[in-house]
Design a protein around this ligand. Structure first.
Ligand code: ZN
Ligand code: ZN
Length: 124
């Protein structure tokens, strides 16, 4: 039953992201779901979750892509600030912080990438 296995992989990965409360890289996720999904499945499921708006991508300062669950199911925005801790290297979504950017009208914005770097409460 291919369908049910895919559904299980999707649920497992989404749950892992929701429980993490920080953004996870593909490698970190793979370690978490090891035994349930292989690396190709993790890539494929993440792709689908991003398309379905259940997960969003976060580009960290070192250029690696991390994935985070979308908590605000209604009226949520992916243009929120991400906090990058210099000590523990975690990336946290700050979904209530939405910076406003005012550009002149001849520019069209398709996405924002706001990363704030510093020390998180756990490391402070
Ligand atoms: Zn920290
Ligand atoms: Zn986020």
């Amino acid at each position: 039953m291919k369908q049910s296995r895919n559904t299980t992989a999707k649920a497992t990965i989404l749950t892992a992201l929701e429980n993490a409360h920080t953004a996870l890289s593909h490698a970190e996720l793979l370690a978490l779901v090891n035994g349930v999904c292989d690396r190709v499945t993790v890539y494929r499921v993440l792709d689908r979750l991003v398309k379905e708006d259940k997960v969003h991508k976060v580009i960290t300062l070192d250029g690696t892509i991390r994935y985070a669950a979308c908590y605000h199911k209604e009226q949520h925005s992916h243009n929120h600030v991400h906090f990058n801790c210099e000590k523990c290297n975690t990336t946290t979504c700050m979904e209530t912080v939405n910076p406003e950017v005012q550009l002149s009208s001849d520019y069209t914005i398709t996405s924002y990438n706001f990363t704030v770097t510093g020390i998180c409460p756990k490391c402070n």
